[in-house]
Design a protein around this ligand. Structure first.
Ligand SMILES: Nc1ncnc2c1ncn2[C@@H]1O[C@H](COP(=O)(O)OP(=O)(O)OP(=O)(O)O)[C@@H](O)[C@H]1O
Ligand SMILES: [Mg+2]
Length: 254
């Protein structure tokens, strides 16, 4: 399997505070990786760097072999223009903890916005595709609802459909269920599980260890800006080698 994401020597600071320390991290095509770790360990920052919402100080991130933020011509690197960065980013779907839907647009309008304006797809075609996506996430009857008329779980499923409308090659999830009432978590995880089954490459920051155990190919534990340990769910969650991983997992399971 080829590498979907390849990160080498990634370093990120905010002011004088270094939050990512020389991170190396690889995700293979079709792989589902869950990223776990304590608050402030750098999980969101790592995802945001992959998606170019943050600029790193050093290191290289490749997605599908292409260096994010740079073009490579005859062995030299040239910084991409904001327009080309937007184009590069449009191949990565990201779903955040808070739903981030446009409040003044219906579910359907939220989904067709980027395909029409960023991809230049015809409106009729975008609507057809959006209806299919809403059906896939179990919301066929909610296309005309505004975000305020939807539950948190429904909003999050619209957010996933909206990301998928751009036909992403990679999906990043940053604690997609942690703002939800407990009874709404499973409907969102079910949609993510379906995505995993159709072969989408996914990096999922989550505290849902049950989901990680069931769906992830690999779990990585992050602490203080470093990936401390990674392995199969069984290896990492049942018999972690590192003492910090061990104590984190037992704290989450309590
Ligand atoms: N825009 C920012 N400016 C300054 N510091 C920041 C900024 N974003 C994040 N940080 C700091 O970087 C560190 C890593 O933050 P990050 O949000 O990546 O952690 P996290 O692992 O996602 O935590 P959580 O589980 O709470 O979401 C923290 O110390 C945080 O305070
Ligand atoms: Mg975070």
């Amino acid at each position: 399997m080829s590498n979907k994401v390849e990160i080498r020597g990634l370093t990120k600071s905010f002011g004088s505070v270094q939050v990512l320390h020389d991170v190396d991290f690889t995700v293979k095509e079709g792989e589902i990786v869950c990223l776990i770790g304590p608050s402030g360990s750098g999980k969101s920052t790592l995802l945001r760097c992959i998606n170019q919402l943050e600029e790193a100080q050093s290191g290289i991130i490749r997605v599908d072999g292409l260096i994010q933020g740079w073009s490579e011509r005859s062995g030299k690197l040239y910084e991409l223009s904001p327009r080309n960065i937007t184009a590069q980013r449009s191949h990565i779907g990201m779903v955040f903890q808070r739903f981030n839907l446009f409040p003044h647009l219906t579910a359907l309008e939220n989904i067709i916005e980027a395909p029409i304006h960023v991809r230049g797809i015809r409106r009729a075609e975008a609507i057809k595709q959006a209806r299919q996506l809403l059906e896939n996430v179990g919301l066929a009857n909610k296309q005309d609802s505004y975000p305020s008329e939807l539950s948190g779980g429904q909003q999050q499923r619209v957010a996933i459909a909206r990301a998928l409308a751009m036909k992403p090659r990679l999906m990043l999830f940053d604690e997609p269920t942690s703002a939800l009432d407990p009874e709404l978590v499973s409907e969102v995880l079910a949609v993510m599980k379906n995505l995993a089954e159709i072969g989408m490459t996914m990096i999922v920051v989550t505290h849902e260890l049950g989901f990680a155990r069931e769906v992830a190919d690999r779990v990585a534990f992050m602490d203080q800006g470093r990936i401390v340990e990674s392995g199969t769910p069984e290896e990492l969650l049942t018999s972690p080698r590192n003492s910090r991983t061990k104590s984190f997992i037992s704290s989450v399971l309590q």
